[in-house]
Design a protein around this ligand. Sequence first.
Ligand SMILES: [Zn+2]
Length: 354
Amino acid sequence: MSDNKLIHGLTVKEWEKDIDKYVKINRLHIKVCKYCGAVFWEGKWIEDNINNVIQKIISRKISKLVEVRYPFTLRDYSIKGIEINGKKILLNLLIKVGIDDKYFDVEKELLIETENSICPRCLARKVKSYDTVIQIRGQKGLSRSDLIEVYNIIGSLPTPVKREIIDIKSTKDGIDVLLNDKGLGRYIAKIFERKTGAHVIESYKLVSRKPDGKIKSKLSISVRLPPRDAKFLVRDSRNDLILMYGLSSSGYLAYNLDKEKYIVVPYRVFWREMKEVKDISWRIMRVIGFTKDKVVLLDENDYSTYEATSILSEEFVKDERVSVLEYKGKVYVIKTATLERGLQNGKKEKEEKS
Ligand SMILES: [Zn+2]
């Protein structure tokens, strides 16, 4: 097309001279959370990089932000640059307007004014206000391996879930995870239940009654990790005596002394059915020798000797003091160090109950 051809009565050069008058840019006003950078737009908070949010807003609102007068129409636009200066964001726009089949480029600046604000999540975090607390506990505080596992699980939660966590507090007997979403709290507790075999109990606490009669309550979710590293005795629902000695993904590794066989006790069954053993005590003896499959023991109180079965494939050394259990005509031996941890855990359990 030749530049001399008239378009709506004027030459291209004449249109070009006045093109600015036909394109008007409106300013944009947005609220930005001063803590996390979330942008408030059209009634909700958008969490994204501010550049991405601005591009999204511009593309959706371009016809409102860029007003093009007759006889021109807006054909296309691109963002040439973004300059952030304090509360002002300046966008360099290259706007393509058209009249019939002739296009013109117009460069304009779009001013975005931002207002400092605070999004509800950051507000909750700031005042540590929460309606849900997940209390992660062990039998005797949380051991080092418990802590590593707890933090690994929290660390592997999906990012949107992690963002909802207001605070993680270390208390004297465990870890508290605070959030403002009861459903999400239950979701996290379920993950702990599935990954660790933890016992989960929910309880509500009334916090206040609002003027409109609505009740505000806090949800406590107790996540009790199963005892690990410990060896201890329990009774099952048939009153069989069971020695718990290890953990697997599906439950406790255990030995049923009545049935004389190795079993796996699912965590669910452990929490629901297993009872503490009070009527059986271990005795301390000295290892004086070994026979095939047996450990020979000396009771230093009366100098009697025993042949004991080791059920946990532990290695004993001569003169070592070990824990011995006589049960239904058989004598069992386990290392005292490992058992003590179990007994301590059991003791702690009793103290908590009383
Ligand atoms: Zn925020």
